[in-house]
Design a protein around this ligand. Sequence first.
Ligand code: ZN
Length: 522
Amino acid sequence: MNKSKPSAKTSSRRNFLKKVTAVSVAAIHPNLIKETKSAAPPLTTNQAQSNASATGAQPNKRFIAIQVGAVSFVDEGVERVLDMLQQKGRVNALMLAVFTYGRGIAGRQLPGQPLPDHGVQKYDADTFHGGSYAPLHAQYYDKTILKNLRAPDLGDFDLLGAVIPKAKGRGMQSYCWLEDVYNPRLIPSFEKLGEVDIYGRRTGQACLNNPDVRAFLNSLVEDYVKSYELDGLMWGSERQGPLNNAIGSRHGGFNGRAQITCFCEHCREKGRERGVAVERARQGFIELDKFVQSAWSGHRPSDGYFVTFWRLLLNYPETLAWEKLWTDSQQEIYGEIYGTVKGINNRIQVGWHIWHNNSFSPFYRAEQDYSKLRQTSDFLKVVMYNNCGGPRLAQYMKSIHSTIFRDAKPEDAMKLHYRIMGYGDEPSFDKLPTAGLSADYVARETRRAIEGVRGESSIYPGIDIDIPTDKSEKKTDPSDVKAAVKAAFNAGAPGVVLSRKYSEMKLANLAAAGEAINEIGS
Ligand SMILES: [Zn+2]
């Protein structure tokens, strides 16, 4: 552990990298930040042997990662969880959910969902807080107002300190797993850095162009990388730009009203630098918001919904420019984090969690350009959750057919949608929520991603194990996990990430991942 301040030499190198990344290194000189890139981390012989002796199995050369939060180690004990992961799932890498305020990757099972067959048999909705599940070191946070975001809900439990040495002893790798989820009610001064919507209202989402937000993220990764012996780091941001939000181009439910952001002073300034007429962009979004709300009230424009939408884009192309500004800002953070981590230790593998919306929305997918993402990543964990993918895709179809495609019903469009997205014969709209998507979808998305990054990043498909869905919707069976893991590897993936958190997984489903790996060979 190294909690000391950086030396003058490392500090100046880091400042150099930061300065360059601040103007998006990837855009101007992709080779600069990738020059230190090494291939996906195969286990060393020692690691593999140690892994093998711990499990009694053959060494595992494939990268088998699992997302796991602090509460599991507190509830079940560090050694016991590691035993379980190695023995049942053949896991050799941990994605430790160290920073989030969200319940998707931290905390126990969600209330209303059945508790799995391990861990404390009690929900934690009343006690869950969020924040950093490892101590934060004050010297790194002098450039941001976001300070002391240590999670208090598990006492002084240090997720990284408690787990990394024990994992290392077993030849398991440890990655930090952070996400772009904050709780504005629990963070002092959050209102200073929230996004501002088209009507001037401050929202509860952090603005990715706010200097305090950027400085915080760089501080946080610097802190973790310098304070612990990490093998890798992954950040995820499950958000998208204002145009996609306005038209409901997403899963997760849509009621015709979206937060259309960001028009804070920092984003306006950035827009002006790009030569975008800021007020025209804002006006265009106000018109778009009116269009969507009018659609929801059932008022069909005489030229139809899609034509009217397209006319809005023609009249206000600034809205598209603002969407691009938002996405570029999010992806600049990839470059900044990449540069910060590599400037400290270039052996640490850096990559991004790519949101499931990439599987549903062609509009969002267009923004997830693998040939660009590979410039700032050693790996991409691309979400390919096929079980919950069914209900989620159905939600997306309902949303987008309530706005720009409202002239057609989702069931009319399903087949066309599958073809546009490059999928085979997946379930019809009415069966989708109960049937889920197939393992063939996982294979196709794996191949597409591998082709997209052209060998410059490792693709680790995210595999869905017991991600909560509604009562009547598709649940995970061992045969689903087995088929998805096999599909990912047979399509050429060098690894998988079992998702989204151990605390919601049934052990038989975890074991199915291990069985798949035994069957295809490690
Ligand atoms: Zn902003």
